[in-house]
Design a protein around this ligand. Structure first.
Ligand SMILES: [Zn+2]
Length: 136
């Protein structure tokens, strides 16, 4: 979860400058290994700008981090679930150069945190009870 205090024109990566309206942004990313390290990287101002989100975070502030664990890649499914209630598409292709999603950055006028927590509940792996092996 990221907040942008005022309308900001920024160039992310090689893209031409683009206007991002003030408000809240939900960025959906993944780290197949070392989630803590990836999150710490997002918070660090000292890094080589590599992804769209790196440029975006130069101008905006992380307000919350929500995580879930999965053995499969589910970031695109989550991103699409978040896209539904979002307030429009701010930049097509943000963070989704490697997949078929329209974007992995979702814009909200109002703080969507409670809504996102609810969406994420569906992605938390449920610990299943071990199956009973054939009795006799
Ligand atoms: Zn995707």
């Amino acid at each position: 979860m990221i907040s942008l205090a005022r309308d900001t024109i920024m160039a992310v990566g090689a893209r031409p400058p683009h206007k991002f309206p003030a408000g809240y942004y939900c960025y959906v990313g993944s780290a197949m290994n070392n989630l803590d390290k990836r999150i710490a990287r997002h918070f660090s101002p000292e890094k080589r700008r590599r992804w769209h989100i790196d440029y975006f975070l130069d101008q905006a502030a992380i307000t919350a981090v929500l995580t879930f664990e999965s053995t499969r890649r589910r970031e695109c499914a989550l991103s699409q679930a978040v896209a539904g209630p979002a307030d429009g598409l701010v930049m097509k292709g943000f963070g989704s150069s490697d997949c078929r999603c329209r974007t992995h950055l979702h814009y909200f006028r109002e703080d969507p945190l409670p809504l996102l927590e609810k969406i994420l509940q569906k992605f938390t792996p449920v610990r299943k009870k071990p199956k009973m092996k054939g009795l006799g």
